[in-house]
Design a protein. Structure first.
Length: 135
C-alpha cells in the first residue's frame, strides 16, 4: 500500500506519495527486554498539518528517566522529565517551529530499534514514528 502525505493548498487537499526508499517504518511493538541506560538516536517522521516532516531524535535513558531532544521543523527542541517503563514512554516539552511554540505531551513506545509516539498539543495530535540510527 503506497503511503502519502496530504497538504492543504488553497482549500484543496493535495496528495504526495512518499517513495518507498524514503519511508520510515516501525511497528511500535515492545521489545522482550528492558532497554539499558544510555543514549539512543532515531530518524523520525512526523505527520504535521502541512504533511510529513523528517528529522531526528536523541533519547537519554537513565533508570527509567527519559530526556533528550527532537530535531524537527528546522529547530532543536529539548525535553526533560520523561518516563520509560517496559517499553512505554511519556514526556513533555515545547516544539519550536518557524512561527510558534507548541507545548505538547507525548506517549508511545520505545525500543532499541525504533520509537513511536503521539504528541498532543493545541493543533491536535502529531503522530511520530522513527527507526534507530547507527551513530
Amino acid at each position: 500500500i503506497p503511503r502519502c502525505c496530504l497538504k492543504l493548498v488553497n482549500g484543496i487537499h493535495i496528495a504526495r506519495f512518499i517513495p518507498e526508499a524514503e519511508r520510515v517504518e516501525y511497528t511500535g511493538q515492545k521489545e522482550a527486554h528492558d532497554m539499558e541506560n544510555g543514549t539512543y538516536h532515531y530518524k523520525i517522521e512526523a505527520a504535521v498539518p502541512l504533511g510529513v516532516r523528517r528529522g531526528s531524535m536523541a533519547v537519554e535513558l537513565h533508570n527509567g528517566a527519559l530526556s533528550g531532544a527532537i530535531n524537527l521543523l528546522e529547530r532543536c527542541s529539548p525535553f526533560v522529565d520523561g518516563r520509560y517503563k517496559d517499553g512505554a514512554v511519556s514526556f513533555s516539552g515545547v516544539l519550536v517551529t518557524l512561527m510558534s511554540e507548541l507545548h505538547y505531551h507525548a506517549e508511545g513506545t520505545l525500543s532499541e530499534t525504533g520509537i513511536r509516539f503521539r504528541m498532543d498539543c493545541r493543533v491536535g495530535g502529531i503522530d511520530v514514528v522513527g527507526v534507530a540510527e547507527t551513530v
